[in-house]
Design a protein around this ligand. Structure first.
Ligand code: AMP
Ligand code: MG
Length: 428
């Protein structure tokens, strides 16, 4: 049998993964109400930050909340200055100053009141003259009787920020579907919104498989290695707005089955690493026999699994999508980029679905297996050319950690020369 004829093209696998995961997440998204004050006081950023509003947030108060001054200057009645000219300025007695945070008395006709930026415009005043344009161009000592001269008329409304000019009470201030970032959280608080409804992050059960694995921080025996994939995928999943429960299981079907039986109720997706190839101890492939396992025409990350998995005890089961990645750490992260990241980003709205993409000439010649879509790690050199960071090996995680680009060499290409253009995704 021709081995390569059985490989699934990358775009086909992307489509199958997308359909399986997205269909489930679309029907499974729950919403929850979050108190903004408790979020702020506990700094529990994950409770709202980057999450998507599932209902419109309505302003409780006008923004600005009251007419206020855009400048340090004098609040005046524009009509009082109608006849002011440089040769015949209008001279007005100075009223009580208005600092921020105080409610001023109405402005007596024929007077000017010092007003500070952001402080309320006194009733009756309809314009602010910048202090620099007054004569004298400085405020009098508080409590001292003084007058001020103005040498030009002013249009009503000048340097007055109207109440409600940013958003009016009762209007939608942040619409449903918006990702909550700094500006959105700021305006929700400013507009007096106390509670918002956000989509729950999808809960992902992440399982690192391998009898050789040791959790971070524990001591390492002979032939053991640290669970890099658990850390890498936890971070990758969190970045796209997922909540992660992580388990490590040895290459033992009973151990894997028990983790699945004890999965938290709200798990919406299972992601595994390792145990999908054709070797002898392939726990995922040997245990989850209902799923599809095969080869995708990609390097790294060829062996893949995809399907539906049953969680829970025999009396209370539920089916969720399974995405099974191979074990090598670079394969894992490249697989995540190709097959899962955009799907989850689309479901959560936490980050843009696609990595920024570009095309630039190679700084060096590279070879690629002709029948495979090869993904290399690279970065831009000082001349804007794409140089490789490390070789194609799927174990070179330190090199991936130093790279800024995933470089795509499509199927059908066996060799590229320095100067040939390549497509890349920016991964940092
Ligand atoms: P597998 O796909 O299970 O055969 O794993 C392929 C390679 O990846 C083996 O060398 C494993 O030791 C390594 N590997 C598997 N899982 C992990 C992990 N969680 N962290 C680091 N390396 C891993
Ligand atoms: Mg393994």
């Amino acid at each position: 049998m021709d081995h390569d004829a059985g490989r699934r093209p990358v775009d086909e696998h992307q489509g199958v993964a997308r359909d399986a995961v997205l269909a489930h997440l679309r029907t499974d998204r729950r919403a929850t109400r979050v108190l903004l004050a408790s979020w702020l006081s506990e700094a529990a950023a994950l409770a709202v930050e980057r999450r998507t509003l599932s209902a419109d947030a309505v302003a409780a108060i006008d923004l600005p909340g009251f007419d206020n001054s855009q400048m340090d200057g004098y609040a005046v009645r524009a009509a009082d200055l109608a006849n002011a000219t440089p040769s015949d300025p209008v001279e007005l007695p100075v009223g009580a100053p208005v600092p921020a945070g105080t409610q001023p008395p109405p402005l007596a006709p024929g007077t000017a009141a010092p007003v500070m930026t952001g402080a309320p415009i006194p009733d009756g005043a309809d314009a602010v003259i910048k202090i620099e344009e007054a004569d004298p161009p400085a405020f009098p000592e508080p409590g001292m009787a003084a007058t001020v001269r103005f040498s030009a008329p002013v249009a009503p409304g000048t340097f007055v920020r109207r109440a409600g000019s940013d958003v009016a009470a009762g209007d939608v201030v942040v619409p449903a579907g918006t990702r909550l970032g700094p500006a959105q959280l700021g305006v929700l608080v400013a507009a007096g919104v106390s509670e918002v409804e956000v989509a729950e992050p999808p809960h992902v059960l992440l399982i690192s498989t391998g009898s050789e694995l040791v959790a971070a921080g524990e001591s390492l025996g002979p032939a053991q290695l640290y669970d890099a994939n658990g850390a890498a995928l936890t971070a990758a999943l969190a970045e796209v707005g997922c909540r992660v429960t992580h388990r490590v299981v040895p290459d033992d079907p009973a151990a894997l089955r028990s983790v699945l039986a004890e999965a938290p109720d709200d798990v919406a997706l299972v992601v595994t690493s390792g145990g999908v190839s054709a070797g002898a101890y392939e726990v995922v492939r040997q245990t989850l026999t209902d799923a599809w396992f095969g080869h995708v025409a990609v390097q790294p990350g060829g062996p893949q699994g995809l399907g539906t998995i049953t969680l829970g005890s025999p009396t209370a089961t539920r089916d969720v999508p399974l995405v099974a990645f191979p074990g090598n750490p670079v394969s894992v992260l490249v697989s995540f980029e190709l097959f899962l990241r955009a799907v989850l980003a689309e479901a959560t709205g936490a980050v843009p679905a696609h990595r920024p993409r570009g095309r630039a000439p190679l700084a060096e010649a590279i070879d690629s297996p002709e029948q495979l879509h090869q993904v290399r790690r690279g970065r831009l050199d000082a001349d804007g050319r794409v140089e490789m960071v490390g070789g194609p090996g799927s174990h070179l995680l330190a090199h991936l950690a130093m790279a800024t680009l995933l470089v795509h060499v499509p199927p059908g290409v066996a060799h590229l020369d320095a100067g040939d253009d390549v497509d890349y995704w920016e991964i940092r």
